[in-house]
Design a protein around this ligand. Structure first.
Ligand code: DX5
Ligand code: ZN
Length: 219
């Protein structure tokens, strides 16, 4: 099966956002990955609702919103209204993760849970059956363009095993340092969705870079 490709808009040229989104519309990208950072949960600030709405105005593909913010439960409905098709919250940012997952689902959006590189997959044991997606961070969140952390392969296997054991429908998304070289092994281990920021937007031909990721094979 072909992977779902979700280019991260964080790496795009914000001064030319409309043409960047139109490029993604024309490409084989499946989703637009939208990184929201608050300067609290992560040491960086990205953008908020007005920019998201501007993207939504031109986007012809689902918006996959990754919340790197504290207290995400305060903003779920607003992100949905701003055009989120899926909303992913960090396990580390939620005191009542089960409640927040139900809150996301009640808006009609898909619910994802993200884990930082140091967070054990075992902590998903009692929530995995309720979530639509697990996002495994393969870099420390906050910045694009970082080096892929190799331990991610092991975490994909552990997540896949947990999904099967608990009869969950969740899919696995990998975020950070993804490129054409590591994509094949990521898929082989069980990844379903590949997020790619710098690999796509730093390429001389982003449409081709997306096509290259989409056509990565594994056995
Ligand atoms: C990092 C973000 C990622 C990032 C990926 O905190 O969650 O989505 O934009 O960028 P690359 O692919 O450059 O690592
Ligand atoms: Zn992200």
């Amino acid at each position: 099966m072909k992977p779902i490709i979700a280019p991260s808009v964080l790496a795009s040229d914000f001064a030319n956002l409309q043409s960047e989104v139109e490029m993604l519309n024309k490409s084989q990208a499946d989703w637009l990955h939208i990184d929201i950072m608050d300067g609290q949960f992560v040491p960086n600030i990205s953008f908020g609702f007005p920019v998201m709405q501007a993207i939504k105005k031109h986007a012809e593909k689902p918006m996959d919103v990754h919340l790197m913010i504290v207290k995400p439960e305060l903003y779920i409905e607003q992100f949905r209204e701003a055009g989120a098709d899926s909303v992913t919250v960090h396990l580390e940012a939620c005191n009542h993760l089960h409640r927040t997952v139900q809150q996301i689902k009640a808006t009609g959006a898909k619910a994802g849970v993200a884990l930082n590189p140091h967070t054990s997959v075992q902590l998903l044991e009692d929530i995995i059956a309720d979530v639509d997606m697990v996002l495994l961070m393969s870099v420390n969140p906050g910045f694009g363009g970082q080096k892929f952390i190799e331990n991610t392969y092991r975490k994909i296997e552990a997540t896949k095993n947990l999904i099967l054991r608990r009869n969950s429908q969740a899919i696995i998304e990998i975020d950070g340092g993804v490129n054409q070289q590591n994509a094949s092994l990521l898929l082989q281990k069980g990844a379903d969705v590949l997020v790619a920021g710098s690999f796509v937007f730093n390429a001389s031909d982003p449409i081709q870079a997306i096509a290259d990721l989409k056509s990565v094979t594994f056995n």
